[in-house]
Write a protein that binds this ligand. Structure first.
Ligand SMILES: Cc1cc2nc3c(=O)[nH]c(=O)nc-3n(C[C@H](O)[C@H](O)[C@H](O)COP(=O)(O)OP(=O)(O)OC[C@H]3O[C@@H](n4cnc5c(N)ncnc54)[C@H](O)[C@@H]3O)c2cc1C
Length: 397
């Protein structure tokens, strides 16, 4: 089947305008803050500028103030936004808000969309997605979910502990995954709940000190302790939380890849600029064979990552499950993006690990991507299981 992945003229124009906005407006702010922003004033300033540039919330339906891009459209624009660590924040396409908007659009009731999606899409509030738990709870294996929700008069009571919840500090609400039936170890019986900030039963335990720092609102440990919510807090259907999570997971994996691919390109541009000007052993750095190899390998990793993202997005846009193609793309991109940034550091020598360029910041930011949205090992395990099933199904015919 012929697959046309060329962007339409309108999409190409949006991607171009995004690239210009990132270079002219966002990168100066990124450089001033060394890639890490913790100020609401800066967040609002960047988002206001993105609104004025007509590139804000491009993934959200027009009805909720966005530009209504499908996954292939997002691939073109998010990569450009990801060229700066602050680009996704500016366009309101940063994790976890972007994935949460996607989930709310797909699963929430009309009333929930007005209450949660509309202000989130406008950048008026932020959000978080609370799934992972300290051991022995949910991590790579969601079935290990221990946080539970029990019925009380007029609603539900949630009890449990979550950690590594990105953006929780200052979020207007959390989407919390809790067990509503079944036992720990079973892959069913979870429900998603919308929990408002200020609910006395949801408390911040601590900010977790991590290698990466650029995701706005940090990574937080949360305690749900006698956290009572109304019936209207159920997002989607009771006991269908894992199924609803799939709506978020596949696309969210790809949008992470798109954004980090932008940083990989930025790292390569920094390294190539250095290789073009630095002279060693009588020639330019970029003309020495082993450096040429690193430059070429970076180009190959960037191009291959983009190709895998587009393939997976094409399937998602066709409403296919895309579980195999998103797992393949996520695993490859997380590792390839790390390799690109690591090689860029190497090409730049001591400069690469200094604070004079942002490469060392990028290196710290991309490393955790091999762990969140499914560690590489979990994806490889799932990819191999599907291949074995395919083989077994073929052998049985
Ligand atoms: C920066 C960052 C941000 C995050 N943000 C969020 C968030 O906003 N919300 C949220 O809910 N969670 C978040 N997480 C948590 C993330 O989703 C989990 O870390 C991830 O699912 C892995 O779970 P775990 O850390 O418990 O590792 P574990 O489940 O304990 O796994 C440990 C290791 O086991 C190996 N492994 C896993 N599966 C297999 C297998 N099948 N075969 C062999 N080896 C395997 C892998 O090497 C893996 O790294 C975040 C994590 C990080 C690092």
């Amino acid at each position: 089947m012929a697959v046309d992945l060329a962007p339409s003229p309108a999409l190409a124009d949006l991607a171009r305008r995004t690239a210009t906005f990132i270079r002219e407006v966002v990168i100066p702010v990124e450089e001033r803050h060394r890639g890490v922003v913790r100020s609401e004033d800066v967040r609002r300033h960047l988002q206001q500028a993105a609104k004025q540039a007509g590139i804000f919330a491009p993934h959200v339906a027009r009805e909720y103030g966005g530009l209504g891009l499908d996954m292939l459209g997002r691939a073109a624009v998010f990569e450009e936004a990801g060229y700066s660590l602050l680009g996704p924040l500016a366009l309101n396409i940063a994790a976890p808000d972007e994935g949460n908007m996607h989930l709310l659009e797909a699963v929430a009731t009309g009333e929930q969309k007005e209450r949660y999606l509309r202000p989130l899409a406008a950048g008026e509030v932020r959000s978080c997605f609370a799934m992972t738990e300290p051991a022995p709870g949910a991590g790579s294996d969601p079935g290990a979910l221990t946080t539970c929700a029990t019925r009380v008069d007029g609603g539900w009571r949630i009890d449990g502990r979550k950690w590594f919840i990105t953006g929780a500090d200052g979020a207007g609400f959390a989407i919390c995954m809790a067990r509503t039936s079944g036992q720990q170890g079973e892959a069913g019986g979870a429900t998603m709940f919308l929990v408002d900030a200020g609910n006395p039963g949801m408390k911040t335990v601590r900010h977790i000190d991590t290698l990466d720092e650029s995701l706005y609102g940090g990574h937080v440990e949360l305690a749900f302790d006698n956290c009572v919510v109304g019936e209207d807090a159920v997002l989607g259907q009771v006991d269908q939380g894992f199924r609803h999570a799939q709506v978020r997971l596949g696309p969210a994996r790809m949008t992470h890849c798109m954004r980090w691919l932008g940083i990989a390109r930025r790292a390569q541009d920094i390294a190539v600029a250095r290789a073009a000007e630095r002279r060693l052993f009588g020639s330019r750095l970029g003309e020495l064979g082993m450096v040429q190899q690193m430059i070429a390998d970076n180009e190959i990793d960037i191009a291959a990552s983009r190709g895998l993202i587009l393939r997976a997005c094409w399937e998602l846009d066709r409403k296919e499950s895309a579980s195999q193609s998103t797992a393949i793309a996520k695993t490859f991109c997380a590792e390839a993006i790390w390799r690109v940034v690591d090689r860029a550091v190497q090409i730049c020598g001591a400069l690469g690990i200094s604070g004079d360029v942002l490469l060392s910041r990028y290196l710290r930011e991309v490393r955790p991507f091999r762990i969140y949205d499914g560690p590489s090992e979990t994806h490889r395990w799932a990819i191999a299981r599907r291949v074995m099933r395919r083989h077994d199904a073929g052998a049985a015919q």
